[in-house]
Design a protein around this ligand. Sequence first.
Ligand SMILES: [Zn+2]
Length: 209
Amino acid sequence: MADSPTPLPAFTTWPSFPFEGTFSVKALEEPVDPEPTRKGEDIADCAACQAPDDAYIWVNERWRVRATEKPPGLPMVLLLEPRTHLDLGDLPNLLAAELGVMTVRVERAIRSLDNVARVHVNRWGDGTAHMHMWFMARPRGALQMRGTFLPMWDDILPPISEAQWKESLAMVAAWLAEFGGTALAQPPRIDWQAPAKLSEPAPAELAVE
Ligand SMILES: [Zn+2]
């Protein structure tokens, strides 16, 4: 007798589910024991520990915030990391308490962007050992992207423009720096000022008084 297919879960009917068409549930694989180590489990191979501060948009003594490598599809995707090579459950009380403060701060900083309605905060930690908290911005008005499928929508949407991305990163970094630390993200060069007629004013024009 043939196995009957696993019924599809209810979320495939949600308006936020990004796919349509015919689906079937994958067969469950056998559990792996022991599990393989994650990337950067050893501090010597940890990309976060090796990364210089200028790979981040904002830093302080104990925390760093970085952007994705390329412009995301969502208006903003950021990662919050402790400087110390620790996973979430290993954070000492000081860092654990600061994680709460930093989470609220980064959420507010991203939500201050004009085109952002909500910021989703996630920690998975299956891929990379060094603790990293994800912050993903849902575009304002994009009700279809509400909820748990937002990370998928990030990959589905076309990337935002480099200029918009850089400008938003600089705004978030400046917002964070209001509470301390150093903003490292700079706004993009404004190319439209490049033509000669818009170049620097002549010295006489500068002398206004
Ligand atoms: Zn590390």
